[in-house]
Structures are given as C-alpha cells and as structure tokens.
Design a binder for this molecule. Structure first.
Ligand code: GDD
Ligand code: MN
Length: 377
C-alpha cells in the first residue's frame, strides 16, 4: 500500500473528523466532491479527507490535482490488491484515520457532504459511538436508488439483516447505508486485532455486528442521484452480501457448528443423486455407496470453504485441505459402526439411541477435526 499527501500544509487545528471515502474509478466525481466538502465542512468542523482507492482509471491523478486547492489535508491511499472490495477499502481507511471521528461516505455524491458536521454533532450531543445516516427516517428518502428493482432488493436486504441480527441492529433503521459517523475508539481494537472481515459493500453491517457500538444514533438523509458515472455494484455483489451474512451469523463457534451440520445435511442431495446415477449405470450398490459418498463430501467441502472458513484458508494449500477434509469425512463412516457396537455393548443402549449418539459423536469430532486439522484457527 502506498500513501501520498498531496497537500503538505495541514490545518492549524487537528482534524476532528477523518472522511474515509472509498473510490473505484470515480475520476469524474472526486473534484466536485472535494469542492462540496470544502464548501460545507471545514468552517463547521476541522476535517481531513482520506481516499482509499482501488481505481484502474486516472482517479489518483485527479485527486492529487484537485487536492491542491483544498483548505484541508487530502490523502490518497492506493491499495495494491483490492481485498474485501468496498468494505476492505473502508477498513484500510479506519486503520489509517487519525481523528476521533471517522465519517464513511461514497465518492459519487450520493451522500451529501453538508451532513458530515451534523452527523458528528449528533454523536457528540447524544454520546453515541455510531451515527447512521438513514434513508428510512422521516425526512430521509432513497430518491437516488434507481428503479423499483433496487428499492425492493434494498428493502429485502434490510429486512433479512435485521432478522438475523435483531440485537446488533435494534436501533439501526438503515443497516445498508454506506454513510455514517463512528468514533475511532469504537473500532480501534477490532482494526488492530484484525477482527474485521469485510466482504463487499455492507461495511456498516460488519461494524455494527462485530464492534457492537455502545449507543447508536441516527439522522435522516436523502440518498441523492449519482453525480457522474454508474454504480459499481453487480450481481456478484449480491452473492457476496449473502456470504457476508452467513459469515457474520456463524462467527461464534456454536453457530458455526450448527451451520456445518446444516451444510452436511444438504450433502445428502448430491450423495443420493450420485448413488442413483451410479447404480442406474449398473454399478453394484456397495462400491456405488462409497463413490457416491465422495460427491457429498466434495459438495460439503466446497460449501464450507466458501461460507465458513474463507479467512482461514491461507494456512494450507487447496489440495491439502481437500485431502484432509475427505479423510475426516471417510473416517467418520469407518468409525461409526464400531462406535455403535461400543454404545450397545458397554452403555447398554438400544440400537436407535446408540446410532443417534454415534452420529452425534462423529459429527462433533468431525467438526472439531475440521476446525483444528483442516483450517488451523
Ligand atoms: N476502494 C474501493 N474499492 N471503492 C469502491 C469499490 C472497491 O472495490 N467498489 C465501490 N467503491 C466505491 C465507489 O467508487 C463509490 O465511491 C462507493 O464505493 C459506492 O459505490 P457505488 O457503486 O456508487 O455504490 P451504490 O451507489 O450502488 O451503493 C451505495 O449505496 C447503497 C445503498 O443503497 C453504497 O453506499 C452501499 O454501501 C449502500 O448499501
Ligand atoms: Mn453510488
């Protein structure tokens, strides 16, 4: 990562707020954005601007040029690899911010800069650690959300997130908002401890769920039309959002074990389908059972890779992880029958409870083994 500070002379007063602005090919917007920030923020609140840029166009050059006329420091941080997308950029910005307050806003002017001092003032007045600019409060609106389709998607996403995280999002009416103020002290530990795992657009959700800011306030805002260019959000971003929800919901070990079990249950579908196909092709049912089982194992492996252990894959190579997972899954089958015999013989259980207990035991062992032997914590 490289940083540059095109504006060498800082303000006399230290900045009270760092504006963290993620940019991906926003060269047609950044000049006007800085102009509007200059017009409405520094007179009310000493500020600095920190762009976190993943652009492939000339945005960095435009920033450097526009920054010369700015009455506040402007820094551009260029990321060499755009890890985590928009959310990853914001976390990099949180790590580099210096003021007590950080305001996160988009680089396309959909978030009105003149609200920045008001968001911080609301936080100061209420003592809140997080102030969300919400489209769903009286006085707010989502005027700039182009088309009924995006409105419906945004509504469904909000409803889903609030359903999955009722406590963390209790006082957040707009968890999908990308415009908010947060006290740096509320996120500092999570940032330095590498606890944030942003995945795509919904960085507010990530911070609200993982950092649990003590009190949350909100202020209404009108989501404007984009100044220039087009949204960078794609269908892929929708898939990332669903993965992000699963990851946040399964952060606790017990929740991860339940998810592991549910994924395991879905593995019956490819398993039975393969069994049907192989026996239909004339294979004897016993070798077919063993082969079909591998389809279920592969299915489960791919799902847990993507949904449960994304941030723990780097410790081993793909083939190593796949081999270990397959070994554990097949050991499960081998161990189950002797275990049932043990439970019947030693614990004097009848066959059904013994089988249930054996299934449960091997399941817990397989989960623990997957955590410890496939994906080192
Ligand atoms: N650094 C970086 N890296 N910036 C990015 C990336 C990335 O991979 N992807 C997008 N951005 C920047 C854009 O350049 C823009 O400044 C800002 O993030 C928002 O991106 P848009 O593409 O304009 O997003 P949107 O308008 O569709 O969505 C916005 O509104 C939603 C509410 O409907 C965002 O604020 C969402 O977070 C928000 O949920
Ligand atoms: Mn936008």
């Amino acid at each position: 990562m490289t940083g540059e500070r095109p504006h060498p002379a800082g303000p006399a007063e230290p900045a009270a707020v760092t504006l963290v602005i993620p940019t991906f090919n926003e060269s047609a917007n950044v000049r006007e954005l800085l102009r509007r920030i200059a017009e409405s923020v520094p007179a009310r609140l000493p500020c600095e601007v920190l762009f976190v840029d993943d652009s492939t166009d000339d945005t960095p050059a435009v920033i450097a040029d526009a920054a010369r006329d700015c009455p506040f420091p402007v820094t551009a941080l260029h990321r060499e690899s755009p890890d985590g997308g928009l959310g990853g950029a914001v976390v990099a910005g949180l790590a580099a911010a210096t003021a007590d307050w950080v305001v996160v806003m988009d680089g396309d002017l959909q978030h009105p800069p003149h609200l920045v001092p008001e968001l911080v003032a609301t936080g100061e007045r209420t003592g809140a650690e997080l102030v969300v600019a919400s489209r769903y409060l009286p006085g707010g609106s989502r005027a700039g959300l182009a088309g009924g389709y995006r409105v419906a998607v945004s509504r469904a996403a909000t409803w889903l997130a609030k359903g999955l995280f009722p406590r963390a999002l209790k006082s957040v009416s707009d968890p999908m908002s990308g415009f908010f103020a947060i006290r740096r002290s509320a996120v500092a530990d999570a940032v330095t401890g590498d606890e944030l795992k942003p995945l795509g657009y919904k960085i507010l959700l990530e911070l609200a769920v993982r950092c649990r800011p003590e009190t949350v306030a909100e202020a209404p805002f009108v989501f404007q039309d984009r100044y220039a260019g087009e949204s960078k959000s794609t269908a892929r971003e929708g898939m990332r959002f669903l993965r992000h929800l699963v990851e946040l919901r399964t952060a606790a070990p017990l929740a991860r074990m339940v998810a592991f079990g549910l994924i395991g249950l879905t593995g019956f579908v490819p398993n039975l389908a393969a069994l049907w196909a192989l026996t239909a092709a004339g294979l004897h049912y016993l070798p077919a059972e063993v082969a079909a089982n591998q389809f279920g194992v592969a299915w489960n492996f791919l799902l847990i890779e993507v949904l449960l252990f994304r941030d723990r894959r780097r410790h081993r190579h793909f083939a190593d992880r796949a081999g270990r997972f397959a070994l554990l899954a097949n050991a499960d089958l081998v161990v189950r029958i002797p275990l049932i015999a043990l439970f019947v013989g030693q614990l004097h259980l009848t066959v059904l409870p013994a089988t249930a207990l054996a299934l449960l035991t091997t399941f817990v062992l397989r989960f623990a083994g997957t955590e410890a032997l496939v994906y080192l914590p």
